[in-house]
Ligand binder design. Structure first.
Ligand code: ATP
Ligand code: MG
Length: 665
């Protein structure tokens, strides 16, 4: 049956797909109107961004950023050469762009809405206050010996001081290297050593979901093997008694008291590094991605403006942690560059109960909300009774990090957004710096499960992984690459430029390779299928794991699903599914059969799982992504070769899954 099968059997065509236009109610409650008037205007600008990128980005860079020295050359370099540089002679300072220019205009405007772990314990930080605090910490870092170009490790929970630390680094031209404050001492150690950081910023403890996290203790453990770290700056969050190394450890509140509340920003070259950030590690050893100043900031500001339709006076809430790229670009840089208020939420969506996000959105009159599908699946699983708030200011609901199943998309739109807010499913990566395939709120029509159309300057190409040739036209499937450089693309993997070239630029010469599979449908909309390694090939049908998972989730008993391919004598590969059930369901053979039927009905018999394993939880990274490679290894009987699992959020699930698989065999 295989060979004459259509080349893309599992794409949208298999389902009847609805198109959703920007809801009228969203436009009715808009403070003015979206930045673009129509899809036509997007298409015109998009065309300009591809055919005349220098003109397009030169204009935007001057419109959205403030330069202390103007640039002359918008772009040089190529994807082939791996030497892309943007706004070459220009000089600017990130913290000036995020803070000073807004503080000068209106020092009392709220920059940060801090929502502490305990409801009611937060506070607001104005742009004026932010400028003073950033200046003081910048002085402290300088006095600790941090110079332009040095890296500073930040191991901080979601508190306003994390943003202060980012901006204090950039104020003096230092490079921040943020490590998610849920990582173990070993993971922190590896990143501190790889980035050669000499200063670490942390807290005595963190608070998350009602639990305390011993951040300082973890830092102490990590630093046992980091002899080059000379200073640790510790913000007092809980007041816990923590171990102290005299001469190395310094209290934040004591140090900032010594310094004046203004320090001039240090202008840096547009191409000077702004930060390093290690990828989530879904596919293996994390890479230290390096972003530079001008191009990255422009990507953040431009997507903030056009994707999220940010307007003056908006209150923007991104639920991502500052330890991930989503937090970098959309908790910190995009909203602050545009001078609006950003919500910094310390806690979890489940504490004190599953209404927490919705309470925050209501209370702070949030206009844009942005979160990962993993959180949405959790909240959908918890039940609609928790979504009782009106949230009447919401205009945009964003999704990021993984494909969002249509079922979850619709829940987000109908139950959370009450059909009054537009869903933007934003596809991007740590390496792309900002959203690359995404709807523009208020402008782009959307289809549940599709990240829709490319952002300005992004020229997607679908490549046939077998021949390596680009496949032109619509209604095609393959791997996703980009044909042109864009300002916020990563410039290198820190200290490993060859790895950068080999991973992204040498795979298909002249293209940036994303590592993800994708389809372009008959209307030119993009459907992200997940990682290339996650594609399953059954009798010649290339099946997307994301598509099969989306079909499984449509079954009312399933909370989460992960699909992988296993070697099969007959069909080459066979589909195996791991599912976690919603509360109140029991693992029975009858239910397993229903799941298989669900996929047969929804996609076709060729996609039906050959085995279904019911597990209590799936292996996920700390950023909430399903790590399918672990499931593949377990099924292959290679439990002893799981590879780097340091980024797993709960290593305990691995043994439980191994038991389920063994019992079934
Ligand atoms: P590593 O590169 O270390 O394996 P990672 O790829 O998970 O980790 P990130 O940069 O945080 O690290 O994630 C980017 C990836 O997330 C993308 O390549 C894609 O697979 C997935 N992704 C992000 N947004 C979306 C989206 N809207 N739809 C589908 N997939 C998405
Ligand atoms: Mg990746």
């Amino acid at each position: 049956m295989a060979c004459d099968a259509p080349r893309n059997p599992v794409v949208a065509e298999a389902h009847e797909v609805d198109t959703f236009h920007p809801p009228q109610k969203m436009l009715d409650k808009h403070p003015s109107k979206p930045h673009l008037s129509s899809l036509d205007e997007y298409q015109q600008l998009y065309k300009e961004s591809i055919t005349e990128p220098t003109k397009f980005w030169g204009r935007l860079a001057n419109e959205l950023l403030t330069w202390s020295k103007p640039f002359q050359t918008v772009h040089s370099g190529s994807l082939d050469g791996g030497d892309n540089a943007w706004f070459l002679e220009g000089e600017l300072n990130a913290s000036f762009n995020c803070v000073d220019r807004h503080a000068f205009k209106d020092p009392n405007k709220v920059a940060i809405i801090y929502e502490a772990d305990e409801p009611g314990e937060g506070r607001n930080v104005t742009y004026g206050e932010l400028l003073r605090e950033v200046s003081k910490v910048a002085h402290v870092l300088k006095q600790m010996g941090v110079r332009k170009g040095d890296t500073v490790a930040i191991y901080l929970p979601m508190i306003p001081e994390a943003l202060v630390a980012f901006l204090a680094c950039s104020r003096i031209g230092a490079v921040h290297s943020v490590v998610f404050a849920g990582f173990s001492a070993d993971s922190l150690r590896d990143r501190v050593i790889d980035a050669r950081s000499k200063v670490v910023i942390t807290t005595d403890e963190g608070k998350r979901g009602g639990k305390l996290i011993g951040t300082k203790k973890i830092v102490d453990d990590a630093l046992k093997q980091c002899p080059d770290v000379s200073h640790v700056l510790v913000y007092k969050r809980t007041g816990a008694d923590v171990p102290w190394t005299a001469g190395r450890d310094f209290w934040w509140h004591e140090e900032v008291d010594k310094w004046p509340a203004y320090i001039a920003p240090e202008p840096v070259n547009s191409e000077d590094p702004l930060f390093l950030l290690y990828t989530s590690g879904s596919t293996g050893k994390p890479k230290g991605i390096m972003h530079t100043t001008g191009g990255y900031l422009l990507g953040a500001a431009a997507t903030g403006k056009y994707v999220f339709d940010i307007h003056d006076g908006d209150r923007y809430f991104c639920g991502g942690d500052v330890g991930w790229i989503t937090g970098h670009t959309y908790v910190v840089y995009a909203p602050l560059l545009l001078g609006v208020s950003t919500v910094v939420f310390e806690g979890t969506p489940a504490y004190p109960n599953f209404s927490r996000y919705w309470d925050i959105i209501d209370q702070h009159k949030v206009t844009q909300f942005y979160v990962a599908p993993t959180a949405l699946r959790l909240l959908k699983r918890a039940g609609n009774q928790f979504v009782k708030n009106e949230m009447k200011h919401l205009r945009v609901l964003g999704s990021v990090g993984e494909p969002i199943a249509a079922e979850v998309w619709k829940w987000y739109f109908e139950v959370v957004g009450r059909e009054e807010a537009q869903i933007v499913d934003t596809y991007w990566q740590t390496e792309t710096g900002s959203n690359v395939i995404t709807p523009l709120a208020g402008v782009t029509p959307t289809k549940p499960g599709s990240a829709s159309l490319p952002f300005f300057g992004i020229e997607p190409a679908i490549i046939d992984p077998v021949s390596g040739e680009e496949i032109h036209g619509n209604d095609v499937e393959g791997v996703l690459a980009f044909k042109q450089p864009w300002p916020s693309m990563a410039r290198t993997v820190w200290g490993a430029h060859k790895r950068y070239m080999d991973t992204y630029l040498n795979v298909y010469k002249g293209y940036y390779f994303t590592g993800d599979g994708a389809g372009r449908d008959h209307e030119g909309f993009y459907w992200i299928r997940g990682r290339v390694d996650d594609v399953v090939n059954v009798s010649g049908h290339r099946l997307s794991t994301a598509e099969i998972e989306a079909a499984l989730i449509e079954h009312s008993a399933i909370a989460e699903a992960a699909v992988v391919g296993v070697t099969d004598e007959l069909t080459g590969q066979a589909v195996n599914a791991f599912v976690a059930l919603k509360d109140g369901n029991e693992a029975t053979d009858a239910l397993r059969k229903e799941f298989i039927l669900q996929v047969r009905k929804s996609i076709g018999p060729f996609a039906a799982p050959k085995a279904v394993y019911i597990v209590s939880d799936l292996p996920k990274t700390r950023s909430g992504k399903i790590m399918r490679r672990i499931l593949r290894k377990i099924l292959a009987g290679e439990e002893d070769q799981l590879g780097d699992i340091s980024t797993l959020s709960d290593p305990g699930v691995v043994d439980k899954i191994i038991t389920v698989v063994h019992d079934a065999k």
